[in-house]
Write a new protein. Sequence first.
Length: 433
Amino acid sequence: MKKITKINEIWTLSPTQDDLKAGADYAAITLPWTFNRMSLNTSSTGQQGRGLNIAKGIVAQEMLHRALEIKGLEAKFEIKSYRNDDLFDFQVCTSQGIKKMDIKSFTHYKDYDPCGREPLFPELIINNIDYPGPDWRHFFPMLIPHTQIRQGKEIYCFAIADSIDIRKKVNNGREYFAITAYPYDKYFYFLGSRKLCLTREAVRQGIYLSFFYNQLQLFELPELNLRILGEWDGKEKIQDIKIQINVPISNIGPFSCISSFQILPKEYLEFNGQIKVEICKNELSSFVYNSKMENMNVIPNEPYILKKSDFCNLMLPQDYILYVVGWIPKNDFLQCCRKYPAWVWPDDKKDKFQNQAWSQITDGDIKTLTSAGFDDCIQKRPSKINAGWMKTTGRGNGAACYYFPNIFGGGIKETNLYILPQDLYPMDELRNL
């Protein structure tokens, strides 16, 4: 099989309205059942980011599944029950049998100062197909988080999306809306814990909510329609309520967990108050311990407040474009990444466009590399990592690339392994696998 070399070998895909809705619907219900890799970020913004990432992942898989079928390549795409550990089951049928494919997509937000970056088109990817750094403006690494390298996927497929920033405004370039807020901070655990959910259901002892809609400005909507998306009795439970200004409403339930809250788009535009959410009844009295042996079944002291800034729009823009670059067997990925340099974040005082070589190796680095099977790539004299790895500080910035630029405390947010586009096979080559 031949590797990718030509512009027309990169697939350019656009979503349908059904694709966008599938992503939004799934992202609204699945957060309690999705592994939170950035577990320290339990803020409202952090949960919105998780939801949007899930929506992007589902939309990408919907588009790719349709494109494979059009090309006559048999693929099976099943969004399993969101309570399943392996939520996204994407399989391709090859001459060697059915293979599990993991689709990795990265997003370039085009509505920022380009910071020296050229606009994203397939030509730019091909022109930089073999560039291994350090200048992140021309660096297109195909990334796999180190926490996922032990998963049982057999093929990696890589894609790059081109979009306006969907994180900042709910109506930025959107024609469709799914205005959604997630439990965060202490309520992230109490309302969204998988273990608490299953325990509540096992003994049929749920939680009940109360709501109070507080007016903060002189002119405010007199009434809001609020949708509660949660779980009860082993399945999804959706409850719609109306809340009026200064009129409390209580005993809404039972729920075993709360996935999200949604309001109508028109009402969101006029909403400037706040919704106070409290637990008015917790039927479960037993202790439920987390991995730190802390009791999770404790109602937070302060109420959970929903403000306008806590809502995001899970519907992606209509002009969302996905460039599907290519694919590679997992075993080949693990070998190819050994021929590239390892990078950490730029030193802005020296050159904000240049990643630095990963030369300082901590005990934590050794543990991370060893757990992924790369202990033989750790060099001591001189100190360096002889493999394609990109490191994060874990405190907001990391090694940078084209779609994770060194702006606004950017770069990658988790330590990743990488290869380059030149290592990938074109999508059409799947028929020859």
